[in-house]
Design a protein around this ligand. Sequence first.
Ligand code: ZN
Length: 160
Amino acid sequence: MRCPYCYSDNDGVRDSRIVEDGKAIRRRRFCNQCRRRFTTYERVEGLLQVRKRDGTHQDFSRAKIELGLRAACWKRTISGEDVEKLAAEIESHILDNYEKEVSSEEIGKLCMEFLKEVDQVAFVRFASVYRSFGDAQDFVDELTPILKPRPKTKKKRPAK
Ligand SMILES: [Zn+2]
């Protein structure tokens, strides 16, 4: 496991335990390089299914959420670490609230709710990322009332 602080691949496991009613194993690790501690979770794959708009299902993936968030937060002041934390929070919220299945709309809404708290620009971007997947008309509809129209700033152009 790569250390999230110094990125070296030299860690040790201090403690492992089953959490979330047996759905995951939490391992407390420490880095032999920088001596810092971090925690990882192992989960059974395919436990939670995501129902897409077209009716198909796929395994829930935090990595995908993280990718979406990362794209939304590109060049913003949010650190990679914060994006990971955000994805973990969203995942934990989903795992707490959905047993077998969650719709892609719900996931998108959650991501937007969480992002909105963190960064307004990232939040708007996230909405447009989803829109580009063509799986998001619902998101956009949900989003429109939330987004307040911004006052347009007119740039003064030099007269030609
Ligand atoms: Zn380290």
